[in-house]
Design a protein around this ligand. Structure first.
Ligand code: MN
Length: 154
């Protein structure tokens, strides 16, 4: 019986993906801060990657800091996205719905396939941690920029 259980456990273990077995830390200050790609953002945006080698298999993760007036382009996520607002106040909008305010301490869930944008308000900075899981190797589809007319209409 003991042998049976042991071989069942072994069979189970060998069919699972090879997850990392040690904790990984993305140490602050190791990866340089980079500017947001101007094809994907309007205004001044800084990105600090937070992924570790193993976590990067499952989701993109980063701290994104928006200057006043800065925002993402319109985009969708094939497997959704979590936003954790760490500093300031900002705006998020789902296409066809009003702009909504988000502030430090808020957690936001963007459902899969929903066209949206997020960014600072026009008067204040906003930073959020974004966790964006992959589906079939992709975690975002970028669309057109958010015009000032859309951004400021609320
Ligand atoms: Mn998003």
């Amino acid at each position: 019986m003991k042998t049976l259980l042991a071989s069942a456990a072994l069979a189970c273990a060998t069919t699972l993906p090879a997850y990392a077995e040690t904790i990984e830390i993305a140490a602050s200050g190791v990866n340089p801060t980079r500017a947001g790609n101007p094809a994907q953002f309007t205004g001044q945006v800084l990105v600090d990657a937070l992924t570790t080698p193993s976590s990067a298999e499952f989701a993109g993760s980063g701290l994104v800091s928006f200057a006043p007036g800065a925002r993402t382009a319109w985009h969708t996520h094939p497997a959704g996205q979590w936003l954790y607002v760490t500093v300031g106040s900002g705006w998020v909008q789902q296409e066809g719905q009003p702009v909504r305010e988000i502030k430090s301490g808020d957690a936001v869930w963007i459902p899969a396939g929903v066209k949206h944008w997020h960014g600072a308000t026009d008067q204040n900075t906003m930073s959020h941690v974004a966790v964006t899981p992959f589906h079939e190797g992709k975690n975002v589809e970028w669309l057109e920029q958010v015009s000032d007319a859309i951004y400021l209409k609320r």
